[in-house]
Ligand binder design. Structure first.
Ligand code: PGA
Length: 250
């Protein structure tokens, strides 16, 4: 980590209930003092208002946003609506959206743009599959994903949010990228951003996601280009998420 303030985001995915969220939030708020990282909790849409009402410290994020602004799009939620409900951040381009909802690089980029237009901060995810890694295509895949984003929102737009490197093979598998593997990719992503705007890539926060746990967080976050984490499974337990936030607060 560097002089960039660490960012740690919980991605609850499709988990939670009003009762379990309330318990999580009380535990988190009670122990939050002393943590210096920026903490964001990304919950299912229906719980965002509950988070906004109860999360007096920390920020609220959604896990997706519509690519359209308004209209006949049944089931979609616009960036303006998220902002209206007090949301600060939104995850875009998570590999589960790319895989199960067929989101292309172009759709992901459009969603990031919609988020920015509404005043939300997009946390843009990129990542390669195991097959792509084994075929030696990791950097080509990531570079194409990042290029689509930069083409639409530019470095300035990306700087208003953040970038998350999430190797698909490490998500929910218990198989984390080594700190060296992740650092290598983060440095390459930063170099690509740097080409688009000299100097400002230093300010970009690039977080790592994929089986981050209290036991491996410190080593990952100690890398010079890893500025925090996007935490799935381990974020469901408030104590584990707090421990990961503490590892990013040193
Ligand atoms: P995981 O998920 O921490 O459960 O691997 C990370 C993510 O998908 O954002």
């Amino acid at each position: 980590m560097s002089e960039r303030r660490a960012l740690v985001a919980a991605n609850w995915k499709m988990h939670g209930s009003r009762a379990s969220n309330a318990a999580w939030l009380s535990e988190f708020i009670a122990a939050r003092d002393g943590l210096t990282c920026e903490a964001v909790v990304c919950a299912p849409y229906v719980y965002l208002q509950q988070l906004r009402d109860q999360l007096t410290v920390g920020q609220v994020g959604a896990q997706d946003v519509a690519a359209n602004t308004a209209g006949a799009f049944t089931g979609d939620v616009s960036a303006e609506m998220l902002r209206d409900c007090g949301c600060d951040w939104v995850i875009v381009g998570h590999s589960e959206r790319r895989q199960w909802h067929h989101e292309t690089d172009q759709i992901v980029a459009l969603k990031a743009e919609r988020a920015l237009q509404a005043g939300l901060r997009p946390l843009v995810c990129v990542g390669e599959t195991l097959q792509q890694r084994e075929a030696g295509e990791t950097m080509a895949v990531l570079s194409a994903q990042l290029a689509a984003i930069l083409h639409r929102i530019g470095v300035e737009g990306l700087l208003r949010g953040g970038l998350a490197y999430e190797p698909v093979w490490a998500i929910g598998t218990g198989r984390t990228a080594t700190a060296q593997q992740a650092q290598e990719v983060h440095a390459a992503l930063r170099a690509q951003v740097q080409q688009g705007a000299s100097g400002s890539a230093n300010a970009l926060r690039i977080v790592y996601g994929g089986s981050v746990k209290p036991a491996n967080a410190r080593e990952l976050f100690a890398q010079p280009d890893i500025d925090g984490g996007l935490i799935g499974g381990a974020s469901l337990v408030a104590g584990d998420f707090l421990a990961i936030c503490a590892a990013a607060s040193v």
